[in-house]
Design a protein around this ligand. Sequence first.
Ligand code: MG
Length: 155
Amino acid sequence: MKDIVVELLSERGVPLSEIAHLVLELQKPYHPGLTLDDCHSSVLAVLDKREVQHAILTGVALDVLAEQQVLPEPLCSIVARDAFLYGIDEILALGVTNIYGTIGLTNFGYLDKTKPGILRELNSHRERVHTFMDDLVAALAAAAASRLAHNRRQG
Ligand code: MG
């Protein structure tokens, strides 16, 4: 199932290398020798978790169905326009941020506010719906960064 999730992310315009860049940006200040390869491995380790795979499959399916305008109304319009007060996209993403403790939440909040790299691209896409994807990608990067922080503390 991990391969399906990686393929799905890439199909929707999010190669793992972009997520690894977000992780590097988050962890670089605390971890000077960190490489992009370390970040890539950490993203892959997060993607091993079944709950992460399930969150991505669910969120991306809702994005795609909203894009195809086949979700029931009023949900379809809400997801398609990424309504400000919807918030379920963030709730789903919390299931991913929390797997390595509360530090993940801080990392997620930072990415959500600053929207670096691929997050800015996802947010400005006009033809595609990325209501769930932007939060899932931020959550994945946040969890992978938290994982590196925890491993470093133990090491
Ligand atoms: Mg969103």
